[in-house]
Design a protein around this ligand. Sequence first.
Ligand code: ADP
Length: 628
Amino acid sequence: MTKQQFKAESKRLLDLMINSIYTNKDIFLRELISNASDALDKRNFLSLNDASKRVAPEDLTITLTLDKENRTFTITDTGIGMTKDELENHLGTIAKSGSLDFKQANEQMNDIIGQFGVGFYSAFMVAEKITVDTLSANDTQGYIWESEGADGYTITESNRTTIGTTITLQLRKNEEEEDYDSYLDTYKVKSLVTKYSDYVRYPIQMLVEVSRLKEDTENEYETVKELQTLNSMVPLWKRNKKEITQEEYDNFYMNKYMDWEKPQKVLHYTIEGNLSYNALLYIPSKTPFNFYSQDYEAGLQLYSKSVFIMDNAKDLLPDYFRFAKGLVDSDDVSLNISREILQQDRQLKAIAKSIEKKIKNTLVDMLVKEREEYEKFFINFGLQLKYGLYSDYGAHKEQLQDLIMFYSSHNDKYTTLKEYVERMKDEQQHIYYVSGDSIEAIQKLPQLERLQQKGYEVLYFLDDVDEFAIRVLNTYMDKPFKSINQGDLDLDSEEEKQEKETIKKENESLLQALKDALQDKVSDVTISSRLSTHPVCLVSDEGISFEMEKVLAQMPDGNGLKATRILEINPNHALFATLQKIHETNKDALSNYADLLYTQALLIEGFPIEDPVAYTNKVCQMMIDANK
Ligand code: ADP
């Protein structure tokens, strides 16, 4: 019998498939099951529309048979089958997609498989010979199509009498590291079916060997073959919400996403209309250990018509909502969509937008109705929201500004910006914040005093990203942000300003002497209006803040940028009088005082001191002098 040749393009692709470097060979099973499921759909449709071709629903099945001895893998479906013409046209040609660029095909194998889905042909990745024995529901004669790959195929008559298709793969021999034998392993095949095709609407059956107690014996076992259905058929997300228990949702999450803990939140919904899809999303109840590292794989699983397409479809989630786990199932998505195409697919873009909106609404709802739960969520994933605010030059500002929270001096709890602004005093111009390493450290900052006296609330910035994120915002509800240790706080009344000016003038020479003593350590020494009981503090000018300086110093290319340091002195503190006295009587001692004050201010700000030994020596000397 003469072999028929594959159409030119098909041959090329077949060559590639046979010599495939495609890593995920497992997908051949998904492709074959998916074809079988389609064929069953067609037969089912025919049965419903043509009384003479009726078939009982329970007879629509897919059966897998593993034959270890002959090294064959067989998949049988009771679907529509293929006529001789269909065998020719469907399995003899591949490129209905037409537009493949074969020149670069070799390098782009993964892309091709992903984009166009070589479907049936993917079986050549694992099989050296494929036999398709089929009888169409529209014919009385069956046919056998057989091919060993590139050199063509034959079609002969079959004496098959049942409608449907049986595809037998003669598995390749093991070459190098490839383990084709694994497709003869019941456990492996079972797990592939559960992974890729769990929710195919028809039962996927397999004869499985099970060991059981022999009848009338107490401890003798026998091995029997049992036909098991491997897939669960109805996906949880396609079931009616009202009929699903919390436990089912939780178990599904824990099994599928390998978490020991129940999720914090479940979001299950269906959208119908122009855009239709079904989603089951979860918010984990704790931060995954690698969440803020490169290893964390964000994204949702994508299904099309309940057939698994891919894991971690990143483009379905904005980066700031990357904490969400779950899946999306849409009838409108092509089964063969690839990661590369995902980004450009209009349908998927629309789905991604809609998902983002849903997550946002869920979070807003939680914030309003389940405050404590929201705070828990925010402690887990808030940092990611703040990164989101900062990223892309603030492009996601509208989306995120109402979701972020900061610890606040108001009631030592988390607060939103909106709540802060609602509590602002009539005359208060700014949203005040202060950065620090811990709540305790911040609460002890001298700079807080004046604001507290005025009854102004202060937000505590505890994460590195906070100041950067806030700078992107610049204002919230038209209120500008202001750091309490930067620039002019503008807290004084006209009278107080006048008074301060006078003190400044009267002590010009003292301030200058202190400044000279500190040389280039500070850019200025000045009278403070933010202190009340503390003697000194260090503040920075507008621009780079101390916190930013610390963050930038940790970055590989952020070095060198420093905040301008200004030493502020409290004129109402007893120490001020001492400084005045020393300045009059003992000019040499003043430089020691200046140095000590500066070092203290550094310590309060959490900066390392430049020369700890010199500092302690000076303190010791002063103790001695004080008791002479
Ligand atoms: P695709 O499924 O993307 O169309 P395939 O190469 O997987 O591409 O299959 C080509 C065609 O062969 C299918 O469209 C279908 O018409 C036919 N076919 C494949 N497998 C079967 C099957 N098990 N039963 C009936 N027809 C099939």
